[in-house]
Design a protein around this ligand. Structure first.
Ligand code: ATP
Length: 437
């Protein structure tokens, strides 16, 4: 039987309306004769003194049927994943909640998704990744807030330790290797000795290679979404895990410096362009692969099954960004339109990386120059020509590739401030291309 303590005050730290909702759901479970628990990260975080609203519920009984009941009662949106015996609810006020059948899991082979069978809450907690995540609180009336700690989760939270529940844990699910580093880095915890040995053992085999691309990508990008990804990358290197991104990935001193400079570059970008949403994990992936060969980066993109946009970003992180950076930090004068052409194909993520590369070189004067160029460039993105393809057609020009060239020249002249009005655009077209209309 799990070790239990009554800690109702812990749950009271959640917002009042959430506590009320959890009480009502516990009551509903009681009426239906099933025990309902709140489990995992939210309980861990409450014990650490943080409030998160990642509401994961486990039901001893039919979790999906119970989720339908809750959704009906509250008018919540419902998505059901039969195969995993889980459901996701979205309440009218936007609150999200996952409800799952408490289960035991069995792995037919390492690294594949498990098959699940209904089980007790103790078994459900046993199939979890680490003791600190294997904590649950009861929601039923009279038991509301009772903490179940069958595997020493509270002890490990106090000792700031990440510990697996059994020796086969990393074999069953190698994503736990990256999860271990994620929690270690996030909380500043240590990997418990045996856990570290088991992790190193699993990392020395090819288990991780058996993970599907999307699962591996998900773990790496989640790790890079944490507070200090440069440190997480260093930890991956120390534990010889970078080889699973690609065995010839170049993790050099330069890469380390660039990754460490990303926060400064991101902060500058966010201050100057608060409306531009940056895919931060991708910037780190770009930084990490920025000294690797084109072939290595291409293989990594395939292995990770990156989306087209992510792939475009990651493959620009090396020589494309370097070329633009070299040009922009050269002393000689460059026209604003030249800068525009140089940067127009790069995403905002690539521009942040470009800045991080310069920040990592610690050259104050050139850094200010680069920042000025970036500010001007982003401003120039809003510049438009008054004349369009339709006007060229009216002028008797047959549609074709020259439209792009001519309108491009017109835009360049606008950006450089050579022309500022539609009349000047028309005069420019007449003079340069003999077009009248
Ligand atoms: P975060 O704060 O990053 O969201 P979390 O602990 O809430 O962390 P989730 O990925 O949301 O993590 O998972 C919720 C819970 O499900 C975890 O606390 C853990 O108990 C369990 N879990 C998630 N992934 C695994 C896994 N790969 N193996 C075993 N248990 C897992």
């Amino acid at each position: 039987m799990a070790k239990q303590t009554h800690r109702p005050a812990l749950l009271q730290r959640l917002p009042d309306q959430v506590v009320r909702l959890l009480r009502e759901i516990g009551q509903l479970g009681d009426e239906r004769g099933c025990q309902v628990y709140i489990v995992g990260g939210v309980v861990r975080d409450l014990l650490l003194g943080h409030v998160t609203l990642d509401l994961d519920l486990a039901v001893e009984g039919d979790g999906i049927a119970f989720a339908r009941l809750v959704a009906d009662r509250y008018g919540a949106g419902l998505a059901v994943f039969e195969r995993f015996a889980t459901a996701r609810l979205v309440f009218p006020d936007g609150l999200k909640m996952d409800i799952a059948t408490a289960r035991r899991e069995s792995y037919a082979q390492p690294a594949v998704l498990p098959t699940v069978q209904p089980a007790s809450i103790e078994e459900d907690l046993y199939r979890r990744d680490f003791t600190i995540n294997a904590l649950a609180m009861q929601l039923s009336p009279g038991q509301f807030g009772r903490l179940l700690d069958a595997y020493g989760g509270q002890r490990d939270l106090r000792a700031r330790t990440i510990r697996v529940l059994h020796a086969g844990s990393f074999q069953d699910d190698p994503t736990r290797i990256f999860r271990a580093i994620r929690f270690e880095q996030r909380f500043g915890f240590r990997l418990e000795r045996t856990t570290l040995r088991l992790l190193a053992q699993a990392a020395s085999t090819n288990l991780i290679q058996q993970l599907s691309g999307p699962r591996l990508q998900n773990e790496i990008l989640l790790l890079f979404a944490e507070h200090d990804p440069a440190r997480a990358i260093a930890r991956l290197a120390q534990l010889k895990l970078l080889r699973f991104l690609h065995r010839r990935l170049c993790y050099t001193t330069k890469v380390k410096r660039v990754a460490s400079a990303v926060p400064k570059a991101l902060a500058w970008w966010a201050r100057r362009f608060p409306d531009s949403a940056i895919d931060r994990p991708i910037v780190y992936l770009m930084a990490l692969s920025s000294e690797s060969s084109v072939a290595v980066v291409a293989a990594m993109i395939r292995r990770f099954a990156l989306s087209r946009e992510q792939a475009k970003n990651v493959s620009a992180g090396g020589s494309r960004v370097d070329r633009a950076l070299k040009r922009l930090t050269n002393k000689g004068t460059v026209r604003r339109s030249q800068i525009f052409r140089l940067l127009a194909d790069l995403s905002d993520e690539a521009l942040v990386l470009l800045l991080a590369k310069q920040v990592s070189r610690e050259q104050g004067v050139r850094l200010s120059l680069l920042k000025r160029h970036l500010l001007a460039y982003v401003k120039n993105r809003a510049v438009k020509t008054a004349l369009t393809g339709r006007d060229l057609q009216t002028m008797g020009l047959k549609p074709g590739p020259q439209y792009k060239t001519i309108l491009g020249k017109l835009l360049d002249a606008r950006i450089d401030g050579i022309i500022t009005t539609e009349a000047e655009e028309r005069a420019f077209l007449q003079k340069r291309f003999g077009l009248v209309g």
